[in-house]
Design a protein around this ligand. Structure first.
Ligand SMILES: NC(=O)C1=CN([C@@H]2O[C@H](COP(=O)(O)OP(=O)(O)OC[C@H]3O[C@@H](n4cnc5c(N)ncnc54)[C@H](OP(=O)(O)O)[C@@H]3O)[C@@H](O)[C@H]2O)C=CC1
Ligand SMILES: C[C@H]1O[C@H](OP(=O)(O)OP(=O)(O)OC[C@H]2O[C@@H](n3cnc4c(=O)[nH]c(N)nc43)[C@H](O)[C@@H]2O)[C@@H](O)[C@@H](O)C1=O
Length: 323
């Protein structure tokens, strides 16, 4: 699906090019900033949510008119785990549609050379074939716990495609699997499973609790990717990929929630028991993505789940517990 008009973005050749990383304080945005800095990029434009609310179309357009970035990576979004997605459907569809519509359209209108949108593996049908190829998009019903978020993300992919088709604009989309790492959200209810369990096991360990409650049955399978690997894939894709179709970004390895819970328990050093709260939803039964398209371009994930968990737990203890 390459587009000859855009086969080279020269992304890595000019380290002084102005890059806007939207959402730079979040899990993904902060990892992308670290990765860009490690490549020597020196002209990053960053705005916190309080400095620039991306749901405000006028403010976003004024920002682009003033800054005129050459490249844009959109890592700002309303994000949360299964409970947050299920509880705040209006926020997940409305805020994400607003942010991405404003940022995509202003990027195009103000001459951004290349744009990268981030979706999520939840865009695929609940019962998609496994591993899930990119062309499984829009082939069946979505998982109900996150369909509102998924619909917004699908609209983002389609908007990038529409601008590419109509204007030959170099907008690409990456679909990451479940991510984790430094700067994750460790909220007890609204976060994703991995930071939620890390916090719960840690608090149980320091309080000498005998049991920790884990949601669902433990049987769902999830694929996890360390956010530093994702950031590497984002920089790689900005440099090497230009095409209409989105790119899956995954580790290629899946684990049951039960095995993940045991692994987090071991890394944290909690010695009590797990209790399964089956009144909580399992969500989609399995979502392993087919990452062969990105691997075929030459990218490989490097961080194992165990190493990534050890690093994340150290960061959590030093930066979240220690505050
Ligand atoms: N985490 C994961 O497992 C996965 C994430 N992704 C995608 O990666 C991207 C980043 O996610 P992640 O880093 O985890 O999310 P985070 O919640 O960690 O970070 C999101 C960032 O966006 C900012 N933001 C939210 N709303 C606005 C707004 N209205 N105006 C300006 N900034 C805003 C947040 O700022 P503030 O906190 O101040 O509101 C925050 O810095 C998203 O597109 C997400 O869909 C995809 C797959 C998996
Ligand atoms: C990245 C992806 O993330 C979300 O989808 P999800 O994969 O279902 O995400 P999750 O991390 O919240 O849950 C994974 C599994 O883990 C179980 N689970 C156990 N115990 C806890 C727990 O304590 N917290 C959470 N959150 N889950 C738990 C939970 O019941 C489920 O079976 C999307 O909404 C959407 O945001 C999206 O795109």
């Amino acid at each position: 699906m390459g587009d000859p008009a855009h086969d080279s973005s020269d992304f890595l050749t000019d380290k002084s090019a102005k890059i806007f990383v939207a959402g730079h304080r979040g899990l993904v945005g902060s990892a992308i900033v670290r990765k860009l800095q490690s490549h020597g990029f020196s002209n990053l434009v960053l705005r916190s949510h309080s400095e620039l609310d991306l749901t405000r179309q006028f403010d976003v357009d004024s920002f682009f008119a003033a800054e005129k970035p050459r490249f844009v990576i959109l890592a700002a979004a309303k994000v949360g785990g299964i409970h947050a997605n299920n509880t705040y459907p209006a926020d997940f569809i409305a805020i994400n549609l607003q942010i991405q519509t404003n940022v995509i359209d202003s990027s195009f209108r103000h001459g951004v050379k290349k744009f990268l949108f981030l979706g999520s593996s939840c865009i695929y049908p609940k019962l998609a074939p496994q591993p899930i190829p990119e062309n499984a998009l829009l082939t069946g019903p979505l998982e109900p716990t996150n369909e509102w978020y998924a619909i917004a993300k699908i609209a983002g992919i389609k908007m990038c495609q529409a601008y590419r088709i109509q204007y030959s604009w170099d907008a690409i989309s990456g679909m990451p699997t479940n991510l984790y790492g430094r700067n994750d959200n460790f909220h007890p209810e609204n976060s994703h499973v991995l930071p939620a369990l890390m916090r719960r096991f840690h608090e149980a360990k320091v309080n000498n609790a005998k049991q920790v409650v884990v949601w669902g049955t433990g049987s769902p399978l999830r694929e996890f990717l360390h956010v530093d690997d994702l950031a590497d894939a984002v920089v790689f894709s900005m440099d090497k990929y230009s095409g209409l179709e989105h790119l899956n970004v995954g580790s290629g390895k899946e684990v049951t929630i039960k095995d993940l819970a045991e692994l987090v328990k071991e890394v944290v050093g909690f010695e009590g028991d797990l209790v399964w709260d089956t009144s909580k939803p399992d969500g989609t039964p399995r979502k392993l993505m087919d990452n062969s398209k990105l691997l075929g371009l030459g990218w490989t994930p490097k961080i194992s789940l165990k190493d990534g968990l050890v690093d994340t737990y150290k960061w959590y203890v030093e930066n979240v517990v220690g505050q």
